[in-house]
Design a binder for this molecule. Sequence first.
Ligand code: ADP
Ligand code: MG
Length: 267
Amino acid sequence: MGGVLPRNWGPAFPRHATPRKQILMSAPVVELSNVRFSWSVDSPIVIDIEALCIANAERIFLRGPSGSGKSTLLSLLAGISRPNEGRLQVLGQDMATLGGAARDRFRADHIGFIFQMFNLIPYLSVLENVCLPCAFSERRLARATKSGGSLQAEAVRLLAHLGMADGELQSRTATDLSVGQQQRVAAARALIGAPELLIADEPTSSLDEDRRAAFLDLLFRECELGQITLIFVSHDASLGSLFDRVVSFAEVNRAGTSWLGKPAGRP
Ligand code: ADP
Ligand code: MG
């Protein structure tokens, strides 16, 4: 894994400046109690979580088999969907009671999302894709401008940090990139303006082992720098040891018995 990192990026998984234990004792960023969700009135319950709590700056690895509801939970946490019942707090805000427009505003201000298929805007340049979240959030624009001196400079800083310092690369449209490059653009876009919560839905699934480790290293560094809470979903259990905590989705989601007709936790 060391071979894929340029020398000045340092060790693959550095020691943390702040003791992890101290971080885990601070106020929760995500708190769920008795949350239930189904996609429609006549479809089965996909999410049924009695309790789940995620601390500030914690790095959570959420693992579970395909179809078990991981992406559905992420869409609830990001306010894309709303629970049928229960309490779902993100940064102290109850997402279950906010209307659609308020949830959109909240997401734009506080949540970075790396989608499995990256969802880059194909006709925009790399730099424009990275800057995009700041067009929807004055808060993130202000934070990005403060950090980098200007929005553009901050986008360039993030891209350089993610191994994409080349100006020619930054002016290409998103479609003219390799999968690994698209993934790093998606990460820079999610990180710009330092949202408090970063959600990554299987972002490494199309990468080989070396690239996966290098990408995680970069993601961890940025999260450490901005004290960003990271919720990372994957079915690749081998990555779990790199995180503060591994949450087995089959264990927290009581609706696990409805999918595939098998009991939760039994593949
Ligand atoms: P995972 O991310 O663990 O693979 P998902 O959350 O994508 O699982 O899916 C959980 C269940 O919800 C599946 O049965 C899936 O078919 C269903 N589902 C996912 N997204 C939608 C949607 N937009 N509309 C209706 N059903 C959906
Ligand atoms: Mg999924």
